[in-house]
Design a protein around this ligand. Sequence first.
Ligand code: 6YU
Length: 501
Amino acid sequence: MAQSKSPTIVIIGSGISGIAAAQRLIKDGFSNVRILEATPRSGGRVKTGKMGNNIIEIGANWIHGPSEENPVFCLARHYGLLDPQDLTPENQALDIGGHPPWVPSWFSSSGQKLNAEDMYPVQEMFVELLNETASFCSQGQTAWTNVGDFIRSEARKRAAERWTDRDATTRSLQLCAISNMLKVECCVNGSHTMDQVGLEAFGHYKTLPGLDCTFPGGYEGLIKNVMSELPSDVVTYRRPVCCIHWNDTARGGAVTIECQDGERIDADHVIVTVSLGYLKKHHSTLFHPPLPLHKLHSIQRLGFGTNNKIFVEFDSPWWDDDCEVIHLVWEDEEDMVDSVADVQRNWIKKLFGFTVLKPTERYGHVLCGWIAGHESEYMETLSEQAVTHAMTQLIRKFTGNPTVTPRRVLRSQWFQDPWTCGSYSYPGQGCSAHDLNNLMEPLPLKGTRSQPLQVLFAGEATHPCYYSTVHGALLSGWREADRLISHYSSVRPTKQPNSKL
Ligand code: 6YU
């Protein structure tokens, strides 16, 4: 079998999952590996930009759970990309359960700074409810159909039982603060509302120990370092793939990759790493023959939404020195809402608040606003001036300071990005572990007589418990590389000699 010695493997997408797959395969001696990338850069949703002289992360921000089990942490440590305090055993041992213990400040829509002691019970109850969702993982039937439904009904009940010693105004503000926390959760999950997030599958997501940390020189440093270990010509940039012809009978049942510029590339295997958003939008033209129905249904059931950042820079800070996150509480949101009526007029109400970029010496006085859902998608269509104006008015309203003025505003636009079509995946309502298995299942399906492993699927959305993260994406790339490595291990006696790694 000539092909068993050096099969042609094409990877679609040069995000972290595609690069990770290539790295693993090349390291194992596969010499015919090639990445086709639609854009002029590697990294995909890992994207570091500049605001003035300071770096900002347009895409992924943190290493979630930086500890030994997290391959992104291990690689970043290996390449010397992290601050010393993020490497300490104490930092790695901290088990925050996905909820970083940031110092919050709360402001209300009437321009008041709220008492943190009144808000603490809200946060505590919210985390308690999120933690309880894990118990629905294995239950077939629940009284609630989605996470939003569960949180709202339980929060209403528990608030009535617990917050009896507070005056009516404080109780009302506490319920409004639950709306704020739901909006935070929409950003975490990249969902439009928490009503779209399935309760049963929500608990499949796993957190790792370690206090989330950032890359002082930018997340893209990780991409650059991994790329430096690969042959310099491994990626062909500006080469969008428009169709994967699999089970190509004209070629004895292999794969032909058709690029937008007309080039056709024959391969033994293709690893598809495009986002779930891209798959949802383009599956019907991207695959010929079409995907099997059960895979398609899973693609439809799994969720993929938008979370954007709006960076706002100031000449001087208006927040406290120790503040790490600013929550904005609308006083008319007692109903625990996480989406707005009339998006065009009210989109800004969906922005939950800001994280503070620290340390100041590195980033300047910069806040990062977070906004998810259709409101976020609408925000992307507005001019920079309109977004700047809305942010200025919002901050003036909540601080009660009519003169506070941003120096500069910069936002991400992930929904409009034609090669991503949104931000990241979440378990949609009605979704189960089967859907994730269906999504990552290679084609053709087992049991058919065609050549095996023609099309493999990697990318963040295909990881069963670390979906939506960089480490999930990286592990999925390694997983599909390993699938091919073990497939060939029985017929490939020795390592290919040309490997540099
Ligand atoms: C993380 C974080 N983070 C914020 C924001 C975003 C994301 N993530 P890629 O898309 O990278 O690569 C595919 C490539 O394919 C790409 O280059 C395309 O151009 C190319 N392509 C597409 N079509 C093509 C075609 N036809 N032909 C050729 N090429 C084509 N993750 O760990 N920490 O802080 C954040 C964040 C604004 C947008 C994030 C974060 C997600 C990661 O960025 C993302 O998963 C990976 O980069 C994806 O890599 P990839 O290779 O799969 O695809 C309980 C519960 C809760 C569950 N969630 C909790 C976790 C919270 C996640 N939080 C994220 C938060 C932020 C802030």
